[in-house]
Design a protein around this ligand. Structure first.
Ligand SMILES: Nc1ncnc2c1ncn2[C@@H]1O[C@H](COP(=O)(O)OP(=O)(O)OP(=O)(O)O)[C@@H](O)[C@H]1O
Length: 852
């Protein structure tokens, strides 16, 4: 049994691949001087005189076997190992190279064939070697490769790997998922490519032998060479799964028209039957490419039944249309190209075959065993006819059942052993599961703790980030402050420079002032000296003047004495003049008259006379010399007095000048002291400032430099610290991130394993449920060895009679109902509780409810 279960994982429709291979002219065509009827205009286009066709690839007559293999089959090897089913059809008229493409050169030399070097080798020998190469390169240890080779001729399946004439008939079955399997078809285990080559050789020879018995048989039969690969690999969870993929290589019968063969009557019917498969194939292709969802008549031919999954199913399919280039074959070539064009529209939904895990296998086996046991018991009870649910079976059939039971019993024993082993493994698995559950719970706990830690760490991280921001801000401020300080230091330096300049200027000014005052002092001193000299010279002059005045006095005395004498003489003259006046007074008449005439003049003259008289009297009494002397003395005294006065004034002036000089001197001294004091004060101030500020410009520069250096150091240290902090924080962050990621991964993997566990449990449940049904079917199928396409079941009422209904009655009933003779066939007996339906034979699938 080769049941393949397909899953419904992906449903992406993809068109089947269709290529055309044009063979070279054969001898006959060359001799007949045929002309080319087709032209390969590009790698994907072929042109006939009527039409241009586009395919996935067009292989020209000069292409070689390896080109075909590399493009079509080689990529399928990976698919087979991935668990896909793949099919390659060769379709075309007789003699166009289908067998050449599939098998290639002389099959008798196949076993020693190295397909890479042998140019004649077709796809089958190449794929055989390729599969084992792939197994070796993938280092697959646990694998199983099986080969089957069948021929379909006149709607009859022949096993080309089984020459036994007593071989059981080959029946085609569909399981409930639509997968097709051929009962009793030999599937040979192969262990290397040579094994496959050998089987291919044997099968091909057997096919050819058949061909010699039947005229031109080979071109009218279809052959299907299947290689099935089972590999055991660990899946992503480390669990071992069994993957199954296969490749079907189908060499179809020649597609030429029946009419063309010229056969008539029985032969024509036979040919019609032979071509039934091809016709059905054409119909199936036609319907599959329509959009009206018509019923696809797969069941109308065995070929379409066998290849059902390859056409509109889940297989990856490629059709190779082989054509002749000759114009003599133009018509069939055109038909073939049209046929191939239609096939291009078929959409398949390739799917990976279900991978079966060991646990599932175990569950399947367990359920199968249980079911078998139950069936066995039921059968044993029914055997004696006392079980109430008995049924009648022919003796021969009964023997077969007994044999089957014996085989099944052995199988049961074996399966029991396997079951025990499996039970042990299950127990182990349960322990592991418990441990894993505990681990999982612990992991969950850890996860929760870690989550808390992560939350804390996140909060801490946030805090760190904030701190960092703050530190950054502070650093920025500090940086600014340092820059400000630097600017201030520069300002101070500038101020200091200005101060130094001012100080130097003030110093220079003071010096200039001092020097000026010094020179002023000298000038004053000079002036004082000149004053003193003036005074001395003044005194000397005074002394000289005194001497001069004394002599002048003497001279004046002399002058005065002279004048006294003159005076004396005057006086004498005055006396004389008085006498004369008296003489005149004596002459009174004349004078009286005058007096009378001019009294005022007389009084005036009398005043003058009186005055003269008085003067005369005084002068008469005083010494005129003495008077003169005293007058001169007075004059002298007065002059002396004025000179003294002058000297006093000069002395006063000199004194004042000396005093002024002293004041100036003092002032000068004071000024010098003040200046010194000022200088000292400035110095003191400068020194005091210098203690606060840098001592000197050099110090200040040095200090500024050191400040700058410090600033640079602080800056670099700060940068370093910030970088360190950032590095630490980043490392911290990364660590936390890694931690979080690890935790997430752990959570994810735990979740995944949990989900898987749940899905496993579910699938186990489902499988357990289904397995009972499957085994029941299988059990039923195993007993009657039915070779008809539809199972025949005969309903048997529970309440009827004392014994089983005779077989011939049942056969008759069936004949009446279906107009079909089942006397040579084995059939099921079902017990019905429905009395109304009793004795009514039905197809089993129509009244499954009545089955117990
Ligand atoms: N591409 C090709 N290159 C060289 N020879 C070819 C090519 N195709 C076919 N031939 C030769 O043509 C002959 C007929 O080929 P083949 O038997 O493969 O045709 P077929 O389509 O399988 O015919 P049938 O339907 O009768 O089985 C063979 O001798 C084969 O070697």
């Amino acid at each position: 049994m080769a049941a393949q279960i397909n899953t419904q994982k992906k449903k992406v429709g993809q068109n089947i691949k269709v290529v055309v291979r044009v063979r070279p002219f054969n001898k006959k065509e060359s001799r007949g001087q045929s002309r080319m009827a087709v032209n390969c205009i590009s790698p994907t286009e072929i042109q006939t005189k009527d039409k241009k066709y586009c395919f996935d690839r067009v292989f020209q007559p000069d292409c070689n076997q390896l080109d075909i293999y590399s493009y079509i089959v080689e990529p399928m090897i990976n698919d087979v190992f991935a668990g896909y089913n793949c099919t390659v059809f060769a379709y075309g008229p007789t003699g166009t190279g289908k067998t050449h493409t599939m098998i290639g050169g002389d099959p008798s030399s196949l076993s020693s064939l190295d397909w890479r070097r042998n140019e004649k080798a077709g796809c089958i020998p190449r794929v055989a070697t390729n599969i084992f190469d792939e197994i070796a390169s993938r280092k697959v240890n646990d694998y199983n490769v099986r080969v089957s080779f069948l021929e379909l001729y006149n709607e009859e399946i022949r096993d080309l790997l089984n020459s036994d004439k007593r071989r059981p008939p080959l029946n085609i079955f569909n399981d409930d998922k639509g997968a097709v399997f051929i009962q009793n078809l030999n599937e040979k285990n192969v262990f290397n490519s040579n094994d496959i080559h050998e089987l291919l050789k044997q099968g091909t020879l057997r096919c050819q032998t058949n061909s010699t018995h039947m005229n031109n048989h080979s071109s009218r039969s279809h052959t299907v060479f299947t290689i099935t690969v089972h590999i055991k690999e660990a899946d992503l969870n480390g669990e071992e799964v069994l993957k199954t993929g296969k490749i079907n290589l189908v060499d179809l019968a020649g597609s030429e028209n029946i009419a063309k063969s010229g056969a008539k009557d029985k032969k024509a019917l036979e040919l019609a039957n032979i071509n039934r498969s091809l016709l059905t194939l054409g119909r199936v292709i036609q319907i599959l490419t329509e959009k009206n969802n018509r019923h696809v008549p797969y069941r109308d031919s065995k070929l379409t039944r066998i290849l059902q999954d390859s056409l509109g199913g889940h297989t990856k399919t490629c059709l190779i249309a082989t054509v002749s280039p000759a114009d003599s074959s133009y018509e069939v070539t055109q038909c073939t190209l049209e046929y191939a064009m239609r096939a291009r529209d078929i959409k398949n939904t390739p799917m990976v075959n279900e991978k079966v895990t060991q646990v599932e296998m175990f569950k399947q086996l367990t359920t199968e065993i249980e079911e078998l046991k139950r069936k066995l018991e039921a059968t044993q009870l029914g055997e004696g006819g006392s079980g109430g649910a008995g049924f009648f079976v022919a003796q021969q059939h009964w023997d077969e059942i007994q044999n089957q039971l014996h085989v099944n019993s052995n199988s049961l024993t074996m399966k029991n052993e396997i079951m025990d082993d499996m039970k042990k493994r299950l127990a182990d698995l349960e322990v592991i599961q418990k441990i894993k559950t505990r681990d999982y719970e612990e992991a969950m706990k850890n996860c929760k703790n870690k989550e808390k830690i992560i939350h804390k760490a996140t909060a801490l991280l946030k805090e760190h980030r904030e701190n960092l921001q703050q530190e950054k801000y502070l650093s920025k401020n500090y940086f600014q402050a340092v820059q400000d300080e630097n600017t201030q230091a520069k300002c101070l330096l500038q101020a200091n420079n200005t101060l130094t300049e001012n100080y130097n200027m003030a110093r220079f000014k003071l010096k200039t002032q001092y020097l000026n005052s010094l020179s002023n002092n000298c000038l004053i001193q000079e002036k004082c000296r000149s004053l003193q000299q003036t005074i001395v010279s003044g005194r000397e002059q005074l002394d000289k003047m005194s001497l001069t005045s004394q002599s002048a006095v003497t001279n004046q005395m002399a002058v005065l004495e002279e004048s006294a004498r003159a005076c004396h003489q005057e006086l004498e003259r005055c006396a004389a003049w008085k006498k004369e006046i008296e003489d005149v007074a004596n002459n009174k008449n004349g004078v009286s008259e005058v007096i009378e005439e001019r009294p005022s003049c007389v009084s005036e003259v009398m005043g003058l006379v009186d005055k003269g008289c008085k003067n005369k009297y005084t002068t008469r009494n005083a010494d005129p010399l003495n008077r003169l002397r005293s007058r001169l003395r007075n004059m002298y005294h007065m002059q002396i007095q004025s000179k003294r006065q002058q000297i006093k004034l000069l002395e006063q002036e000199v004194k004042e000048m000396v005093e002024n000089l002293e004041i100036i001197d003092r002032r000068t001294n004071n000024f010098t002291i003040e200046e010194e004091e000022d200088e000292n004060m400035i110095k003191q101030d400068f020194i005091s400032k210098s203690t606060v500020l840098p001592n000197t410009g050099v110090d200040l520069v040095a200090q500024t430099e050191s400040v700058e250096e410090n600033f640079e150091n602080i800056k670099s240290r700060l940068t370093e610290l910030i970088n360190q902090k950032i590095d630490t924080e980043t490392a911290h962050l990364n660590l936390n991130q890694t931690h979080i990621n690890t935790m997430k991964q752990m959570i994810a993997s735990t979740e995944k394993s949990l989900k898987m566990h749940i899905s496993e449990q579910k699938s186990l449940l489902e499988t357990t449920e289904k397995i009972g049904k499957d085994l029941l079917d299988e059990w039923i199928q195993a007993i009657p060895a039915d070779d008809t396409p539809n199972k025949v079941s005969v309903n048997y009422p529970k309440q009827v009679g004392d014994g089983p209904l005779p077989r011939d009655v049942l056969i008759k009933k069936f004949q009446e109902e279906f107009d079909e003779d089942i006397s040579n066939e084995s059939f099921h007996l079902n017990v019905s509780t429905n009395t109304e339906e009793h004795l009514t034979p039905r197809k089993s699938n129509e009244y499954s409810e009545t089955a117990t």
